[in-house]
Design a protein around this ligand. Structure first.
Ligand code: URA
Length: 451
């Protein structure tokens, strides 16, 4: 087979066969298909899309590119959670320890910052000593010992996705729904989870262009994972504005620890954590209904058990309970600048997308794959969309230590806050919910989300 012919076939909008897809994925994984040809193919897929059967074949080929972790030695229904990527989205850091504390094992293989969105691994690495590069044996040992393990993809676990993810990041080809589904599910199926709770982000701060696309992705995730015996539920949630008060690696750890310690904090962040965590407890067999799962999750969070669990996990993954207990001593950004309102009015938008790109400029994310990350860099917001403000009000504080493009970040931040004379209604946090029964409006579930 000639790669150039397969690229041309996709350019014409024709479907690739199972053999052709297996040839491309294997060839790319082993270095026989170079980046420039895979980039051309990805761009053709971006414009022509993939048929259902092609997408499923991509998923299978990606899983088959590496090993599957066998978690049979760990009793109970293993449940993971994953998001399609957002800004300020730190729910994994809150949910995973609290769900494990409530007795459901959480094997969590996460990603790094992608484009303008943050990554759980980069956030965890801002905890001194915390190791996310675990071998398969270490991952299983931490999961057995603490009930939760946070790992990175190893070179054996879906190596095709490791390479493709990095290539998509720098070729602007992340936003291809079937490839997002194949990327996420290949990792989840290979890591050995039995069930999955997905957070599909809707809005310009995520990767999907419309709610329609997000709903289609949600349905795909439920359908494809069911075929692999992984029960999946999906929440479609707003990503027009950053989630919570902090964005950036160490600041997000600070905010997560505050919530884990006190059981409360920013309402949208806590509500989303409770919905996702509650669904994990329900899928993990701890409760008969989603509503009961949410109540159990809230009780666990408010008891502080999640905070204690994170201390255990940190100790098992190379850090210590003391670092978690006194994390504020470890966050020492060298520079900070307040962003003040220049006029009065109503804050109609805090743009998640612009915030995400400002974070990349600050050094909290990467402009190129080889860039080092400034873990101290980030933004703390003092207002949310809907707030009434007057000139001089503090909107946010920006932190960094070694940012090379700080002026670019500050220029971008000027576009983050939109102030108008008239208020606009806030965008609801939940857009839709999906499970094996289909995708439904979140308004049908609104009673679950009132705290
Ligand atoms: N998260 C993933 O793991 N893969 C994608 O393609 C997008 C978000």
């Amino acid at each position: 087979m000639l790669v150039v012919e397969l690229i041309a076939k996709k350019q014409r909008g024709e479907a690739l066969s199972a053999e052709e897809i297996a040839f491309l994925i294997q060839g790319y994984t082993h270095g026989d298909v170079p980046d420039y040809q895979m980039s051309a193919l990805l761009m053709a897929i971006f414009f022509q899309g993939l048929e259902e059967s092609e997408g499923r074949t991509f998923l299978k080929a990606m899983i088959d590119s590496g090993r599957r972790i066998n978690l049979d030695s760990i009793s109970g229904i293993k449940v993971d959670k994953h998001s399609t990527g957002g800004v300020g989205d730190k729910t994994s850091l809150i949910i995973a320890p609290a769900v494990a504390a409530a007795g459901v094992p959480v094997p969590m293989i996460s990603g790094r910052a992608l484009g303008h969105t943050g990554g759980t691994l980069d956030k965890l690495e801002s905890i001194p000593g915390f190791r996310v590069r675990l071998s398969e044996d270490e991952f299983i040992a931490v999961l057995k010992e603490t009930g939760c393990a946070f790992g990175a993809q190893t070179s054996e676990l879906v190596p095709a996705d490791r390479k493709l993810y990095a290539l998509r990041d720098v070729t602007s080809t992340v936003s291809i729904p079937p490839l997002i589904a194949a990327s996420i599910l290949s990792k989840k199926i290979a890591e050995g989870t039995n069930a999955l709770v997905m957070d599909v982000k809707v809005g310009s701060g995520g990767f999907l262009r419309s709610e329609q696309e997000a709903r289609a992705l949600a349905a795909t995730l439920v359908r494809w994972s069911a075929a692999e015996n992984v029960r999946t539920v999906v929440f479609g949630t707003d990503m027009e504005q950053p989630l919570g008060k902090a964005a950036g690696n160490a600041p997000e750890i600070m905010e997560s620890l505050e919530i884990l310690r006190a059981g409360n904090g920013d309402k949208r962040l806590v509500d989303l954590s409770c919905a996702l965590g509650g669904a994990m407890l329900h899928l993990g067999g701890k409760t008969g209904t989603l509503q009961e799962g949410i109540s159990l999750f809230k009780q666990t969070l408010q008891s502080g058990a999640g905070f204690e669990k994170l201390k255990q996990i940190a100790a098992a993954q190379g850090s210590s309970s003391d670092v978690i207990e006194h994390y504020d001593r470890h966050w020492k950004p060298k520079q900070q600048r307040d962003i003040l309102a220049e006029r009065s009015g109503f804050l109609t938008k805090v743009s998640a997308r612009e915030t995400g790109f400002a974070l990349v400029d600050l050094g909290a994310g990467r402009r190129t794959a080889a860039d080092p990350v400034d873990h101290s860099a980030g933004i703390i917001f003092f207002v949310q969309a809907g707030a009434q403000i007057k000139p001089g009000d503090k909107l946010a504080t920006v932190y960094w230590s070694n940012g090379l493009h700080v002026q670019d970040a500050l220029d971008r931040l000027a576009n983050v806050f939109q102030i108008s004379d008239a208020p606009v209604p806030p965008v609801p946090l939940f857009a839709f919910y999906g499970d094996a029964h289909g995708i439904q409006d979140a308004s049908n579930l609104s009673t679950l989300f009132t705290t």
